[in-house]
Design a protein around this ligand. Structure first.
Ligand SMILES: NC(=O)c1ccc[n+]([C@@H]2O[C@H](COP(=O)([O-])OP(=O)(O)OC[C@H]3O[C@@H](n4cnc5c(N)ncnc54)[C@H](OP(=O)(O)O)[C@@H]3O)[C@@H](O)[C@H]2O)c1
Length: 248
């Protein structure tokens, strides 16, 4: 392990683009140095790292891994510790998301959706716990409002996010007082790149009290608050959904 790094260190999974990249930028601006995990988005992750390095030299490290590969997960944490000698925050952001209508769902889809949304967050957390305990650090899991109120035609995704919500509460119970574990449950903040499954985007927003889609910055702000500014909060899942789940 390297000598202990001077600044707090956060590992963000799926950090190459979209919400993960905004979380990474937000934490970096708040003084965290980063381990940016990516799977296929090497170009985006390296570009992000270069841009953050320009702001603060020695503040980023990129780590590639397929999170469905269980054997790779302890290694991800070990590589981060070898680079920085400490880990203060784990942000489980990486996620697969697609429909699995009943009658068509396959075991392969089950494995893929549970791997990124539940299994990897658990085993990454397990590998990170000794370092997180030492740092009196925190975990934030990116859940989804659909863990509570399912999205039609997406049972496996909703079940996997529900497992992640249960994991958030379970680990909060088991890891106190050293490590806090919380979640953020976004509503619509970034439409999937193929536009699906939201062909009724305007109707959905009209049902949302704040009358707009959220932004990745809204989610990243909640992640930062849970990591840095909420020392008496654990086991909570904060909805960042513009109030969408207030009414049926
Ligand atoms: N976007 C929204 O409006 C919204 C709403 C509710 C909840 N959320 C949650 O917020 C988080 C971020 O959302 P997002 O839309 O930005 O996510 P996303 O773009 O769908 O996925 C984020 C990253 O996850 C990585 N990933 C997926 N499967 C992986 C695997 N098996 N191994 C390793 N990496 C894997 C991919 O990395 P590579 O590109 O490097 O392969 C991908 O870029 C997710 O947890 C999502 O469920 C988002």
């Amino acid at each position: 392990m390297n000598p202990r790094h001077e600044r707090p260190v956060a590992l963000v999974t799926g950090a190459g683009k979209r919400v993960g990249a905004v979380i990474a930028r937000t934490l970096h601006a708040a003084g965290y140095d980063l381990a940016l995990h990516y799977r296929r988005s090497a170009t985006e992750a390296e570009r992000l790292a270069t841009s953050l390095e320009r702001q603060r030299s020695g503040s980023t490290y990129t780590v590639q891994a397929e999170l469905a590969d269980l054997d790779a997960l302890p290694d991800v944490v070990q590589r981060v510790l070898a680079r920085y000698g400490r880990l203060d925050a784990l942000v489980n952001n990486a996620s697969a998301f697609y429909p699995t209508p009943l009658g068509t769902a396959t075991p392969t889809q089950w494995n893929e959706l549970f791997a990124s949304n539940a299994q990897a967050p658990f085993f990454l957390a397990q590998a990170a716990v000794p370092a997180l305990r030492e740092a009196r650090g925190a975990i934030v899991n990116l859940v989804d409002i659909y863990a509570e109120r399912p999205l039609a035609q997406h049972p496996l995704y909703c079940m996997a996010k529900a497992a992640l919500a249960a994991m958030t509460r379970s680990l909060a119970l088991d890891l106190g007082p050293d490590v806090r574990v919380n979640g953020v449950a976004p509503g619509a903040v970034m439409w999937p790149s193929d536009g699906k499954p939201y062909d009724d985007q305007q109707a959905m927003l009209a049902r949302t009290p704040l009358q707009r889609a959220g932004s990745p910055e809204d989610v990243a702000g909640a992640v930062l608050w849970l990591l840095r500014d909420a020392p008496f909060v654990t086991g909570q899942i904060i909805r960042v959904d513009g109030g969408r789940t207030l009414s049926v």
